[in-house]
Design a protein around this ligand. Structure first.
Ligand SMILES: [Zn+2]
Length: 460
């Protein structure tokens, strides 16, 4: 094809679960692969912006190894490392990269021992594609180095992403690149800085944020393509007088898309292998644990206390609050042997935790929401730690909590005081009626409360 032709890119980022999800677009690696196959006439360049080894249920057992044959099968051409790709250590990631049929980029973190990019990442990658020379850079942000338990910040050097982006884009142009693509794994504000400071990059394909979003900053498109094999971007770049006209389409991988048979086989094989590992003996319970919906959704239970106490201990927050909908087992767990299978029956989802700053008044509002539907067995009913409260169900919803009787850390709550509250990211974003938390400042984000940092509580 001549240089006058269009170039098509398929971009995706942050994939954790290979199986389809419950709600549309349900995604799943097999459907995702079949969609990409269906576009093969366009000869798309398939690019991935990081985070796939962790966290997920399968990764607890397989350390992300399930992803390699899938990305190879999908036909990824180039990727950038994400923070979670370091969760099982640098050596493990190097093994993963060796098994990958495509290169991994990491342009701006150097290993101090070798003075080369960490985990043997490539600094740039150049490909001839549809008659174009395409140069790629992989940029990440300094913020996530601190969240990596497997990495000592002393052992590596972070280079400013905008400076390196500028320098490397120029270098790629000098090598004759027609198109320069920055693949990034950082938060929106840093991607915007990159777009503002660097003129030589044609498009920024980002990750780390999971919501699908496209923004144009300083004439450069920044694209974040969703998560979990549920969304992708189909990008067309057409040459014009001033460079390229860019068209970006969001594609949802919904249940109308057929599953690719070969990838489905890989997915099922891995899901089957994990089933056997569920018999791991975690410990012995001295008492029965009450996980019945009729209990956890109406009152304090020992299971609710057990889990929220661990949240409190792990994060050193003042108070922990979990919506009881988190507890999925709906049964009494007998005392005695407690297996991984039991734990995952109770908490089947990987639920990121955050710590937010709340005032006493906001805690009361949250509690009001939690008990507002009582006696209906609603998942918003709160299980808490570091706090005691009572409520009067004879009163109307919104007026059931008596603030004077609420205690945090054994002291009566002060409505004006700030407290650190640990909860699920889901609740902190205002779900299940906990709208009050939406405005609250996040003091410890979910990347920092990651299970690898607190390995003894890994499954929480
Ligand atoms: Zn990330």
């Amino acid at each position: 094809m001549s240089k006058e032709g269009e170039i098509t890119i398929i971009h995706f980022n942050d994939v954790y679960n290979i199986e389809p999800q419950r709600d549309e677009p349900i995604g799943g690696a097999a459907r995702f692969a079949s969609y990409i196959k269906s576009q093969r006439d366009l000869k798309p360049l398939v690019l991935f912006s990081g985070d796939l080894l962790n966290p997920s249920l399968l990764s607890i057992f397989l350390k992300g190894k399930q992803m390699v044959p899938i990305l190879n099968k999908i036909g990824v051409h180039c990727a950038v490392y994400g923070n979670h790709d370091f969760d099982f250590g640098v050596d493990h990631l190097e093994d993963i990269a060796k098994e990958s049929s495509f290169p991994w980029l990491l342009s701006n973190i150097k290993d101090n021992l070798t003075n080369e990019p960490l985990a043997e990442g490539k600094i740039t990658h150049v490909m001839e594609w549809n008659g174009y020379k395409i140069g790629m850079i992989g940029l990440v942000e300094e913020e996530w180095i601190d969240t990596l338990a497997t990495l000592d910040p002393e052992d590596c050097t972070f280079l400013d992403f905008a400076e390196e982006g500028q320098r490397l884009a120029k270098e790629l142009r000098e090598q004759g690149a027609d198109i320069v693509i920055a693949m990034t794994h950082m938060r929106w504000p840093n991607d915007r800085i990159l777009a503002e400071k660097v003129d030589n990059i044609d498009i920024i394909l980002g990750g780390h944020d999971h919501d699908y979003e496209v923004e144009q900053v300083n004439g450069t498109y920044i694209v974040k393509s969703g998560t979990d094999f549920r969304n992708l971007s189909l990008i067309t770049m057409k040459p014009d007088n001033s460079g390229f006209t860019v068209d970006i389409q969001k594609v949802d991988i919904d249940s109308t898309i057929e599953e690719d048979v070969e990838v489905k086989e890989i997915v099922e094989k891995h899901l089957g292998s994990v089933d056997k590992m569920m018999d791991e003996h975690l410990g012995d319970m001295a008492v029965e644990l009450d996980g019945k919906f009729s209990s956890v959704r109406t009152q304090e239970t020992n299971l609710g206390n057990f889990v929220t106490d661990i949240m409190l201990e792990t994060t050193k927050a003042d108070v922990a609050l979990l919506n009881s909908g988190t507890f999925r087992s709906d049964r009494i767990h007998p005392k005695g042997v407690f297996k991984l299978r039991d734990l995952l029956t109770i908490l089947p989802l990987v639920d990121p935790l955050v710590v937010i700053k709340v005032t006493g008044a906001q805690v009361i509002q949250a509690l009001e929401n939690g008990v507002s539907q009582y006696p209906a067995l609603e998942g918003r009913f709160p299980q808490v730690a570091g706090m005691t409260f009572g409520f009067d169900p004879s009163k109307p919803a919104g007026k059931r909590i008596e603030p004077d009787l609420v205690k945090i850390q054994d002291e009566y709550i002060d409505l004006d005081k700030d407290y650190k509250l640990c909860t699920k990211e889901y609740i902190a974003t205002g779900k299940d009626g906990y709208e009050v938390f939406k405005k609250c400042e996040i003091v410890v984000n979910s990347e920092a409360v990651s299970y690898n940092k607190y390995s003894s509580e890994k499954s929480f």
